[in-house]
Design a protein around this ligand. Sequence first.
Ligand SMILES: [Ca+2]
Length: 499
Amino acid sequence: MYRTLSSILVLCLAAAHSHAQSESQKPNVIVILADDLGYGDLSCYGAVDVATPNIDRMATEGAKFNSFYVSPVCSPTRAALMTGSHPIRVGIGGVMFPRNNHGLNPDEITLPELLKGQGYATAIIGKWHLGNEDMFLPLNHGFDTWYGTPASNNQFFYPTIKKYAADCVFREGYTRDGILKRETAACPLVRDNVVIEVPADQTLFTQRYTRESIRFITENKDKPFFVYLAHNMPHIPLHASEQFVGTSKRGIYGDTTQELDWSTGEILRSLKELGLDKNTLVIFTSDNGPNTGKGGSAGPLKGGKGSPLEGGVRVPFVARWPETIPAGTESDEPITGMDLLPTLTKLAGGNVPSNRVIDGKDIWPLLAGEPDAKSPHEAIYYLGGRGVQGIRVGDWKYLVDDSSKKEASRIEVELTAEEQKLPRRERRALIKERGKASAQKLGPTAALYNLTNDIGEQNNLLAKHPEIVARLRKLLDEFGRELRSNLRPAGVAEPVSID
Ligand SMILES: [Ca+2]
């Protein structure tokens, strides 16, 4: 009986998605997430000093989206991808730091858990950044396997909370005997929660992640799989492998980005060789806007990482699935990182949880290039760590009061590993000083922009259109009230002991 019912469900879903596969041919899914890669960092989005032919090919053979929204910083975007919900709703409004003892709540129902429920093999290869304790890490959130880094590549960790493999490689003066005597240690490489190299050789991140991804794909070629390839690059400190250093016209930033493009090409090539090309959806995107001080570019957009201006939150998004996504599909319709959970779950034959608010929407009609497909979102909301900062409806974007400046002043400023070790007082002073500088760059804050005519947010039309401001403000207030009344807390572990 159960089998019959589920077969009927599968048939219904297949009918709804004329190109969706039968149960035995559920599509494989690969989500490639770059770290801090901006709207102007790929040649298919207009970069002239970075060459990304493989990602460009994904766009010409598949779909390219010009209004894909994420959070302005790392952890919230990753929380949204995993839960299909606004990051603040699930208690991960800001960047996570080594001292934090909260993380993605084990009660959340994540994308890999939903896909696993449909028979998928699931892997995360790369950066997690949703909590430090084992209870918050990927293996407790639906991933069968994990190879990568717990957090950002510039963040330290507390050595006493980790396990070390028998063949762990200790580098740069670190030793097996000495590691537990250190108060902090530099970014490690882990496999399934166990440290296998410390500090990680960052020049090899992209190569190793590529190799691991292809290995996982090859090993699981006969069943549906989900690969979440969350690169560490081009987040600072920037590193490319030897063969890519000096290859771009934009210094090390461009070199690392070109290596990400090479990696994407290798994955596409292996899919073809394994005969999986036509049954695999591959997505390439980024977790937030660029670090413009280190070589990143938001192209025509204003602002960068940490900002609610478009440059902080609008990133490249390309999707390729030969013979299912029509080649050359392009869309300006606003979509979000939260939409992947409902869209991919449905493609896999599953259902999104009905016992909680899922903010993401099914964007399959847009991905599939259906004529006249529209964004399923009435509005796009811009959320900082502390609250709602703005709203976009159609052409119009309204940013509230001075929250973007406040946000900038506490911007998740990228402190180096050395700076993170400074006493709290000195750290705060540093953040304040850098925040002031970035707040000045942001210009006026309470603002109304027509994004269709003014993608660079140059002309503040606040005084000209009070009626539009009032309409957007009302929607934004309603949304804020709903959000506050339907919060799901982050998980909390015992405080980290650094004795
Ligand atoms: Ca990031």
